[in-house]
Design a protein around this ligand. Structure first.
Ligand code: ARG
Length: 266
């Protein structure tokens, strides 16, 4: 995670960002702190990367790379404003014992790549390119399933899909499940999701539109926005434990709980 000490909205690279509206950095830090504390209370280990003045989007660490089995595939940002974040994250990965795979293709890390069981779901349409999906397959040697995003409000895959069971089941049985927002995808991708995840939770447009899916799960506790009321009920029905954390200030930059979290898979 990255404390949003320099958070503000000074440019527009997604429809949520309105530089004319004022932001409150202290409020962003306080809300972020709540998420940080929640992870610790749930027994998770959290590492911090130092924020850099002039890189207000660095708080959205999910975009800083994608890590599996101690290998960190670095990010190469689509927009100039965020390009310097790429090397900053890669330096951190190297300094913290990860093997770094330098990216050649434009990709925004775990914003667009989600590990579900042993398969990587990869978003395209707004940020990460098809070429990066191929690069991702080469780096990790895993199956990569490309999904096409079509609504500019849901420009990263992690705004439209939540991985509910990050770990593969015992005995090699893949029971990993997801929740998703159908309207964020084109028809072909909706078909793929239906086929692959027949038991998935489909969230309402209402819950999707308040960034309900931009959540983080350890397989039991799912940290979600308090505004995603329907999703909260769906999670309870399935036996998950929804934990509410409000990141309204960070939503002004177009990010939520998952965006502020990068998983470090050793
Ligand atoms: N302002 C940031 C951007 O547009 C927000 C990134 C949100 N991160 C995410 N994982 N969806 O790039």
């Amino acid at each position: 995670m990255c404390r949003p000490e320099f958070f503000t909205v000074s440019y527009t690279i997604n429809p949520w960002m309105q530089p004319a509206n004022p932001t409150d950095t202290a409020k962003a830090v306080a809300q972020w702190q709540k998420l940080y504390d929640t992870y610790l209370e749930l027994g998770h280990e959290v590492h911090l990367i130092d924020p850099i003045d002039g890189l207000p989007d660095m708080v959205y660490t999910a975009n800083g790379g994608f890590l599996i089995d101690n290998v960190a595939y670095g990010a190469k940002f689509r927009f100039q404003e965020r390009v310097p974040e790429g090397p900053a994250f890669m330096e951190w990965f190297a300094a913290n014992g990860f093997e770094v795979a330098e990216p050649v293709m434009v990709n925004e890390g775990e914003g667009d790549f989600l590990l579900v069981g042993d398969v990587i779901l990869a978003g395209r349409g707004f940020r990460s390119t098809d070429d990066s999906h191929r690069e991702l397959r080469d780096v990790f040697g895993k199956e990569v399933v490309s999904l096409t995003l079509v609504d500019p409000r849901f420009y990263h895959l992690d705004t439209a899909i939540a991985v509910l069971d990050p770990v593969q089941g015992a005995g090699g049985v893949d029971h990993a499940n997801i929740a998703y927002l159908p309207l964020a995808f084109d028809e072909a991708s909706q078909r793929i999701l239906l086929e692959r995840f027949p038991d998935a939770i489909q969230v309402s447009d209402e819950d999707g539109s308040v960034f309900g899916l931009n959540s983080s799960s350890d397989g039991l506790n799912v940290i979600i926005s308090p505004r995603a009321k329907g999703f909260e009920a769906q999670l309870r029905e399935r036996g998950y434990n929804p934990v509410m954390v409000d990141l309204s200030e960070l939503l002004l930059g177009g990010g939520g709980i998952k965006c502020c979290t990068l998983e470090l898979r050793r």
